[in-house]
Structures are given as C-alpha cells and as structure tokens.
Design a protein around this ligand. Structure first.
Ligand code: AMP
Length: 115
C-alpha cells in the first residue's frame, strides 16, 4: 500500500526541496542527498508506485515508456553514456535495502565502478 507521507511524495508535492535535474509528465529527477558516487541521481515516477514490481505490474505502457525515456534524458543531461559508463539500480522492497517506498532509479556514475 502506497504511503503518501514518504519523503519522495513530499518532494513531488513541493513540501521538501530537491536539486532538480530533469522533469516531465512522467518523472522527476534530482540529486541524491547522500551520494554514493561522484554523480548520484534519483529518478522517481510522478505516479504513486511503491517499487519496481508495483510499477511494472500496474502502470500503463505510456507511463512505463515515459519513465524509461525520462531516465534516458536524465542520463544524457548528466553527461553519462555507454562510453563513460554508469550504473542503474532499483532497490525493490525492504529486504533489498529500499528505504523510501516510492519507485526510484539510482543513477551512479563519474568513476570506474568494479562490480
Ligand atoms: P533506497 O535505499 O533505494 O530507498 O534509496 C533512497 C535514497 O534516497 C538514498 O540514497 C537516500 O540518500 C536518498 N534520499 C533520502 N532523502 C532524500 C532527499 N530528501 N533528497 C534526496 N535524496 C534523498
């Protein structure tokens, strides 16, 4: 069940500030407050989805396509690419380490990241 009081819901409502990178009808991208790499961005859905499986199971094809395109636009805006490399991570559920129950992709880059 989606919790309207999670921190990313508050960011979407403008109740908490963020360092915005990109925004469109489907997604909002901003810098992670506690970066784990030289570049660490988060891309969240505009829709109320708790995690990746919730989103891909319930969202329309338009939303899924729009969200993926927003991730790509964010990556481009950050100067990341297949050439310099970046990591895309979805934590899915508490057991995976997901702390904020609103779907978000982590984009990590700016350094060489051995597995
Ligand atoms: P996860 O563990 O996958 O749920 O990741 C949540 C991420 O949200 C963590 O990397 C946090 O540093 C980040 N975070 C939490 N609060 C904020 C905030 N107000 N602005 C930006 N990033 C945040």
């Amino acid at each position: 069940m989606y919790d309207d009081n999670n921190v990313f819901a508050k960011i979407l409502r403008g109740e908490i500030p963020c360092k915005k990178i990109y925004e469109d009808d489907y997604a909002l991208a901003f810098y992670d407050i506690n970066p784990k790499a030289p570049i660490h961005a988060l891309v969240i859905t505009k829709g109320k989805y708790t995690c990746y499986t919730d989103f891909t199971g319930k969202a329309s094809s338009e939303e899924i396509n729009g969200y993926n395109k927003a991730i790509l636009k964010t990556v481009e805006q950050l100067g990341l690419s297949e050439d310099n490399g970046f990591r895309l991570i979805f934590n899915n559920g508490k057991a995976s380490g997901q702390e904020v129950p609103h779907l978000h992709a982590h984009i990590l880059g700016g350094k060489v990241m051995p597995f």
